[in-house]
Design a protein around this ligand. Structure first.
Ligand code: KG4
Ligand code: ZN
Length: 350
């Protein structure tokens, strides 16, 4: 019989995510077992405006968060008193949207007398992979979302070294802007993906490789090239070639992302490549990255689509790192729209 203090006690983290246009609440056991995972999307509301309207996003989060907290706890089968900690996305994201989750998490932490864990949104995207399998360190992560495009080297659990980032638009943002210029509704990424996969024609568009050894990205030149093609055709009275543009755009994006990720994997000699973020749902990227990794003998992990786009289970998985370190966040914590991944990992956040 073991000592009483050595006995295994499950850790149940209630996690809240409100950094953009999804209100999400989840209960995660031991950092990887999803007990409940609720998501309320605001896409229909923002569609009318062609993009996320921050004030509207905050108001929508306020409307749904209380009910969703109750429902996520009920669906998990865990009593509120059994929860171990309350986690919330502290940043990065839209400040007003983040604030709704942060205030809800603080209130719950006080009312239930549970520790609070401020969590980094991108750490969440990365640890979405832990919801489906063990992560093998050292690893390289390709983060592709609406707000971020990064290559992150992780020597060990909880250590993040951002070796490359976008110098202008994030890849999801470029997808959404190109989609808008073609006339697709918000968010246009999935529409461009589908059109690209179905198109038989393609046009050649530029690839932004930057300096020879750089792991940084740039997508604004590509976006402008797409707009030029569309405008020139319009001025000449030529019929639109949306399918070929979607395919050409996707080919350019995928080639750059895949090539840089594989080069990073080889030069850092890692055991695994992880893909994450909303654009990890992209079929073209998933299939080309899988094909190239198989060719190169690289162990690739990609979360299922439900854990690629914003969700709270991933926040519960990342918060578990802090739980294991006993690193809790004070109740005067502030939402931080610019929170850095490295600062969060080093417990340097506000
Ligand atoms: O990670 P995410 O849910 O939110 C952020 O943290 O930004 O990513 C949302 C982004 C949007 O730009 C959306 O258009 C893009 O992910 N996205 C896609 C696909 N599914 C979602 N982009 C390209 N192809 C897709 N299949
Ligand atoms: Zn996200």
């Amino acid at each position: 019989m073991g000592e009483a203090n050595n006995e295994y006690k499950p850790c149940y983290i209630l996690a809240i995510e409100t950094s953009c246009d999804e209100t999400a609440v989840s209960v995660v056991k031991d950092g990887h077992e999803v007990m409940s995972n609720l998501i309320s999307s605001q896409i229909e509301t923002h569609k009318a405006f062609g993009g996320v309207v921050p004030e509207v996003a905050s108001r929508k989060h306020v409307e749904s968060i209380t009910l969703m907290l109750d429902e996520a706890v009920a669906a998990s089968g865990i009593k509120k008193s059994e929860l171990s900690a309350i986690a919330v996305t502290q940043g990065p994201g839209l400040v007003g949207a983040l604030l709704v989750g942060v205030v809800a998490a603080k209130s719950l932490a006080v009312a239930l007398d549970k520790p609070l864990i401020g969590t980094h949104h991108i750490a969440g995207h990365i640890y979405a992979n832990r919801l489906v399998q063990e992560i093998q360190y050292p690893c390289m992560v390709l983060v592709v979302s609406g707000g971020h495009t990064e290559l992150v080297y992780m020597e060990k659990e909880g250590q993040f070294d951002v070796i490359g980032r976008t110098r202008d638009d994030a890849v999801g943002e470029a997808y959404d802007k190109v989609a808008r210029s073609i006339g697709f509704p918000y968010p246009g990424g999935p529409h461009v993906d589908r059109t690209a996969m179905e198109s038989e024609e393609s046009i050649t568009l530029p690839r932004a490789w930057l300096e020879p050894n750089s792991y940084d990205f740039s997508f604004s030149g590509l976006k402008s090239a797409v707009l030029n093609v569309i405008n020139q055709r319009k001025m000449r009275g030529d019929p639109p070639i949306h399918e070929a543009i979607a395919r050409g755009f996707q080919e350019s994006v995928v080639e750059v992302l895949v090539t840089k990720a594989i080069r990073a994997v080889k030069s850092y000699d890692v055991k695994q490549l992880l893909l994450c973020g909303g654009v990890a749902a992209n079929r073209g990227l998933r299939s080309e990255l899988s094909r190239r990794c198989a060719e190169e003998g690289i162990n690739l992990a990609i979360p299922p689509i439900e854990y690629c786009t914003d969700n709270a289970a991933m926040i519960g998985a990342a918060a578990y790192l802090k739980w294991c370190e006993g690193q809790f966040t004070s109740l005067d914590m502030l939402a931080d729209p610019q929170l850095s991944l490295e600062d969060w990992a080093a417990n340097k956040m506000v």
